[in-house]
Design a protein around this ligand. Structure first.
Ligand code: HEC
Ligand code: HEC
Length: 301
């Protein structure tokens, strides 16, 4: 028995010595293929973070970046000595190393800095599968190390802040409701965001995607029904013993403060809909907005 075990030991050793890397990687890739490589997770990550710039559908117009519908097929020919998986991984971790043919703009660094190695591996596998069949041994052998300087979160470039300011003030018009300065009346319609850097990014994202989920009490919209049959919509700005001060719209459609005599109010019905519309933005737009809001430390832009 012992002799048998010893001879297996030598056989394995001989195999490793001769087949070297091939044996080591295939030993690694079988358990990995079963447990860690998740193509649909890779696809989801791609649509969340990359599809704003890259289409994966043939013939479709892409964003800033090239269309990747057949990247698995062409990636292996981009840089001499790199496999498809290696090239794609390098595109993610060090996008400045090689600029894809025909591209005038550069891909930003740090698009995967907050992902773990299994997630990055799954995304690379998904991309390799576009236009080609996946060589699992190649994927398993990838050495995934996110560069240190990309790992710290919350560092936004000036370009991102500027793009965010453009979205906030022009394209999306957030500024119609939100002030970014502390001044009298600046919080009448919506909370003033001059200290938005103190709001956690997740909370801000949630506020933008689904404003109704958490409406601050002072911004709940109410419908005040009056004895004479009329009604007034708005938010309660203040109240005295005898009066509600309600900020809403006048009959001319302009914003105004209503002074409602409490004794004439029959009922006040709260709405669970925020007066802020939900926004469905690309990852890039969201990041730019966060970058801009992050720069608001109390004074203004
Ligand atoms: C802000 C836009 C932007 C985002 C977001 C972005 N990319 Fe890119 N990407 C580019 C641009 C521009 C290029 C071409 C220039 C270059 O190669 O660096 C590129 C190039 C690439 C290439 C090489 C393509 C080729 O034909 O050689 C790959 C692969 C790639 N991106 C994958 C991704 C993945 C995966 C993500 C998401 C994690 C992503 N990109 C996010 C803009 C972007
Ligand atoms: C029509 C007016 C309106 C517009 C336009 C609007 N908001 Fe709002 N926003 C509100 C109101 C009202 C609230 C408070 C009630 C709530 O949370 O739903 C709010 C809440 C928020 C909050 C949470 C603030 C806090 O202190 O809790 C953030 C962040 C925010 N908005 C960002 C934005 C951004 C970014 C845009 C543009 C993409 C935008 N808003 C556009 C009215 C608006």
């Amino acid at each position: 028995m012992l002799k048998f075990i010893v001879s297996i030991f030598w056989a394995i050793l001989a195999l490793i010595a001769s087949g070297g890397i091939a044996v080591a990687t295939s030993l690694y890739f079988f358990p990995l293929k079963a447990s860690k490589l998740d193509m649909s997770a890779g696809e989801n990550l791609f649509s969340e973070r990359c599809s704003g710039c890259h289409s994966n559908v043939q013939g479709q117009i892409s964003g800033l970046g090239p269309n990747l519908h057949n990247i698995g097929l062409v990636a292996g020919d981009r840089v001499a000595g790199q496999t498809a998986g290696e090239y794609i991984l390098e595109s993610l971790l060090y996008p400045q190393e090689f600029i894809a043919p025909g591209s005038s703009s550069a891909m930003p660094a740090g698009t995967v800095k907050d992902l773990n190695t299994d997630e990055i591996r799954s995304m690379v596998a998904y991309l390799v599968s576009l236009g080609a069949s996946v060589d699992y041994a190649d994927i398993a052998a990838l050495d995934i190390t996110v560069p240190d300087e990309q790992q710290s979160e919350d560092e936004y470039s000036v370009a991102e802040m500027r793009a965010g300011w453009h979205l906030f003030s022009r394209e999306l018009g957030c500024i119609a409701c939100h002030s970014i300065y502390q001044e009298p009346g600046s919080a009448l319609i919506a909370p003033s965001l001059e200290k938005a850097s103190q709001l956690p990014a997740d909370y801000v994202l949630q506020s933008i995607r689904a404003p109704g989920d958490q409406i601050a009490e002072s911004y709940v919209q109410r419908n005040y029904k009056l004895q004479n049959g009329e009604s007034v919509n708005g938010r309660l700005q203040a109240e005295t013993e005898s009066t509600f001060l309600v900020y809403g719209f006048g009959s001319d459609g302009r914003r105004r403060m209503h002074h409602l005599d409490k004794s004439l109010v029959v009922e006040a019905v709260a709405s669970d809909i925020s007066s802020m519309p939900p926004y469905s933005l690309s990852r890039e737009q969201e990041r730019n907005l966060i970058a801009f809001l992050h720069s608001l430390q109390g004074g203004g832009y």
